[in-house]
Design a protein around this ligand. Structure first.
Ligand code: PMV
Length: 323
């Protein structure tokens, strides 16, 4: 039996759109921050049949199917027919409307690969995790991570790799929850809708690549102003292209918008902070470590804020114990 733990990650330079579905290849590269605290712990053991559990109880159908398909892929790579029991648990509040597929598929990749005897380096594991969920590729590594778009049809050059480890920079990300409802549409469906119907899709794809070099350099320089500006720009450009499809995808609620205004006004008053938003209504706010507690207090007073989780740069996916 093997237990693996993986942290969630939030993209600073966003991924939205697939260049190929079979191997889940992105139309754009992306850069993320792996988060401390928000993690998935997954236990995998050999069994007669595949069983997918969440906290000991049978997993919801859609997730179980996706996980079983992913186990097929890993078995194919490992050259075995061994079936597995998977039991997975998030350490962050469940039902918080936070995407758990990144930490979930990263932990599953690491634990199942070990049980199946699939001895691969982390880069190769990120290629496998990518096929469970795109953003999971990034959670294989800690700290600041880049997932390459790649150009090959087989996806062998679309992997994640670290830009800087978690000790590189004392910044915080406040994850502000504004709704605990589950999201209604999968990110794959949303991405395909955007690609098929947005007149701005090509511009989004063309522009994203140029953001990456600037983001990488600003992270290495620990330049919060530049990283923050690039983060907001990437987020707003992604939401602009989401909104411009038919029907347009609108993930924000009134509290999401109130938080955008609050972040910009706090910034004008002298506290450096920057927002980013994914395919849901939660707002993630990047700030200096020393400002985090005060900002958390201020933001928690805004109407519509349900709760706030505070995270720093977190570690890579890892095996917790062998039994
Ligand atoms: O990994 P997926 O397929 O759930 O897609 C993630 C998409 C965004 O969260 C919106 C952006 C990103 O880069 O994480």
């Amino acid at each position: 039996m093997v237990t693996a733990i993986a942290q969630s990650n939030i993209a600073l330079s966003k991924y939205w759109g697939k260049r190929q579905l079979e191997y889940n290849l992105p139309a754009v590269g992306s850069i993320s921050l792996t988060l401390s605290g928000l993690s998935t712990r997954t236990r995998v053991e050999e069994s007669a049949e595949d069983r997918i559990l969440v906290g000991g109880a049978p997993a919801p159908g859609a997730f179980a199917q996706r996980a079983k398909r992913f186990l097929e892929l890993l078995r194919g790579e490992a050259g075995t027919t061994q079936r597995l029991t998977v039991d997975t648990e998030n350490t962050f509040p469940t039902g918080a409307g936070l995407a758990s597929s990144a930490s979930g598929f990263a932990a599953l990749t690491v634990a199942a690969a070990r049980v199946l005897g699939l001895d691969r380096d982390t880069k190769a594991l990120s290629i496998l995790a990518r096929q469970g969920s795109g953003s999971a590729a990034r959670s294989l590594f800690g700290g600041f991570v880049e997932w390459h778009r790649g150009h090959r049809d087989d996806g062998s050059d679309s992997f994640a790799e670290p830009i800087a480890p978690e000790q590189h920079w004392d910044i915080r990300m406040l994850v502000v929850i504004t709704s605990e409802k589950e999201k209604s549409q999968s990110s794959t469906d949303g991405m395909n809708l955007t690609r098929d119907t947005s007149p701005f899709y090509a511009a989004w794809v063309d522009h994203s690549e140029s953001n990456l070099a600037r983001m990488r350099e600003s992270i290495l320089n620990r330049d919060l102003t530049r990283v923050g500006e690039l983060t907001e720009a990437s987020c707003l450009q992604m939401h602009a292209v989401m909104l411009s499809g038919t029907p347009g995808l609108l993930y924000w609620n009134p509290a999401t918008l109130a938080l955008i205004h609050a972040v910009r006004s706090l910034r004008q008053q002298g506290t450096e902070c920057y927002f980013t938003i994914d395919a849901g209504p939660q707002v993630k706010i990047l700030c200096k470590g020393e400002d985090a507690a005060r900002l958390e207090q201020r933001l928690s007073e805004l109407p519509g804020v349900v709760r706030i989780l505070s995270a720093g740069p977190g570690p890579a996916a890892r095996i917790e114990d062998d039994a």
